[in-house]
Design a binder for this molecule. Structure first.
Ligand SMILES: [Zn+2]
Length: 78
């Protein structure tokens, strides 16, 4: 993903680490811990559903972005 606004460029942060996946129950306040794959948070949902009967969940993916001045870049047409 690359977004441009005025003289700034927004792109994935190469130093931000991998995406972090997490899920939370929409019925109560319990939430999974963050993980670097979807699998663990999804297993948490199924275990939570089996334990509580709660069936609704919110899934979030956290990614890291970095803004850089375009004047510092030499690639691409203006
Ligand atoms: Zn719940």
């Amino acid at each position: 993903m690359v977004s441009r606004f005025a003289d700034w460029l927004l792109s994935p942060d190469p130093y931000g680490g991998p995406p972090i996946y997490a899920t939370e129950c929409t019925t109560c306040d319990e939430a999974s811990s963050g993980a670097e794959s979807r699998e663990d948070p999804e297993v948490w949902c199924l275990r939570h559903a089996a334990r509580t009967g709660h069936t609704g969940f919110r899934s979030t993916v956290t990614t890291f972005l970095r803004a850089t001045p375009r004047s510092g870049l030499s690639s691409g047409p203006a």
